[in-house]
Design a protein around this ligand. Structure first.
Ligand code: T4K
Length: 407
């Protein structure tokens, strides 16, 4: 345990962890079961194109979420693109900037302008009160993102969408296994999109799914994910290749069997972080509503530099030196990345809460690759750095300037 400043690796101490500790280390279920399923796939010689495991995965997901239709895709980004196209969105769509870049890119890829709306800083999600201010005659939809698996204010967004005749959809990439007022996320808006990327709570290596209760929309998306083919030799829509492979579905099915275990590991880690972080001035841990179903996949802390005196970026550097690869999701905000920063150079003036949060937030490692013994060691690094905040900051600042000069 590191109690003294000189013990910190950034000041010459030995790194706490010999191997890198990642945010987003994949949850891997029962390997033997996975090998069995993969053997089946190979024996069947049916590797993709709506194979039996994809169909089973879709059935199980729809049942789990309580929706009529689930369309598995090769990843969530393509799932979003297909949904956006199938809904006929055009012109402008309101989205938060505090999200992974894929949310905005899925729109821009189809030449639809993502109009970035600020967030409610208490919940990190799109602020419905600000949505209305961003609407123009070109607006065709609102895309909420359930950041960290915590639901958006779906009721208010639905009310605005209905009143203004807009389509409402959700990027639920983080929210598989989470509920809102007792109803599973996946059942809100016109449709929702999950990600089963390796780093997600449930993974299928790469993968995603669009879920909806709308029969017509579902039928359209099924065609669109398979080039628009309505049968042999007959494409009836413009389509793309959004198919999930059988091996991915096998991984997803395997993960579903271990879901309770994944939640319980994440929940225990979350509680342990909460205990360990308690009382560190200027550090607040994002909390989950335990009366809802939650995947506890993200351990998110906010750093109030006025109190800690160490900035979020300095803390990140300190942790990286200890081999803890904490991440600044979603710094700097989509509006500060290309092409959006060139298109809308002043967008930040309308996104004050996004900008503040993007400068404060740090995501810490969790999941089944993080052991109970790791968390106290990791938090001790933070505690030691902040206990000596002013000194740490002054020691790191000149280094920052020297590095900047070297660049
Ligand atoms: N919407 C939202 C709100 C999202 O967060 C995302 C994806 C999407 C849409 C799009 O979903 P997909 O199209 O990907 O299905 C990572 C993930 O790649 C990305 O899926 C995820 N969000 C985002 C939040 O995180 P990066 O660029 O940070 O990935 P990377 O390569 O830096 O990996 C993150 C950490 O995970 C690293 O420390 C290494 C570790 N890792 C990663 C992989 C792939 C592993 O330990 N093993 C692995 O196999 O985006």
């Amino acid at each position: 345990m590191k109690n003294r400043l000189e013990d910190l690796a950034i000041f010459g101490g030995i790194p706490t962890f010999t191997e890198k500790v990642h945010v987003g280390r994949p949850n891997i279920g029962n390997r033997e079961r996975l090998h069995e399923l993969i053997d089946d796939v190979l024996d069947r010689r049916w590797l993709t194109n709506n194979g039996p495991y994809v169909q089973e995965f879709e059935r199980r997901l729809a049942e789990f979420i309580g929706v009529k239709h689930c369309i598995a895709t090769c990843n969530a980004t393509i799932g979003l693109e297909i949904l956006i196209r199938a809904l006929g969105l055009k012109g402008e769509v309101i989205v938060p900037s505090f999200t992974f870049i894929a949310t905005a890119h899925a729109l821009q890829w189809q030449e639809i302008t993502p109009v970035f709306c600020d967030i409610d800083p208490k919940v990190h999600n799109i602020d419905p009160e600000r949505v209305e201010r961003m609407l123009t005659p070109r607006t065709t939809g609102i895309m909420g993102v359930h950041v960290w698996g915590r639901a958006c204010d779906v009721e208010t967004l639905a009310e605005i969408a209905a009143r203004r005749n807009l389509k409402l959809l959700f990027d639920a990439a983080h929210a598989f296994g989470c509920s809102h007022k007792g109803k599973m996320i996946g059942g809100f808006g016109e449709a929702e999109v999950f990600s089963f990327h390796a780093t997600k709570f449930l993974n299928s290596f790469e993968g995603g799914a669009v879920v909806t209760d709308n029969d017509e929309l579902a039928a359209k998306m099924r065609l669109m994910k398979n080039f628009g083919f309505a049968g042999y030799d007959n494409a009836i829509y413009i389509g793309t290749n959004g198919k999930m492979s059988e091996v991915s579905a096998a991984m997803g099915l395997c993960g579903l069997e271990s879901l309770d275990e994944f939640v319980s590991v994440n929940y225990e880690n979350y509680k342990q972080y909460r205990r360990e972080l308690k009382g560190i001035p200027g550090i607040s841990l994002l909390s989950y509503d335990e009366s809802e179903k939650c995947n506890y996949q993200y351990i998110v802390v906010e750093i109030d530099e006025a109190v800690t005196q160490v900035s979020r970026d300095q803390l990140k550097e300190i942790l990286w030196a200890e081999n803890v690869l904490a991440r600044r999701y979603f710094y700097p905000g989509c509006h500060r990345m290309e092409p959006y920063r060139s298109y809308f150079p002043h967008a930040g003036t309308l996104l004050p809460e996004t900008e503040k949060l993007a400068a404060r937030v740090l995501v810490l490692p969790t999941g089944s690759a993080v052991g109970a013994q790791d968390i106290p060691k990791l938090v001790r690094i933070i505690r030691t750095a902040i206990a000596n905040g002013a000194l740490v900051s002054s020691k790191l600042k000149p280094r920052g300037r020297a590095e900047a000069r070297a660049r």
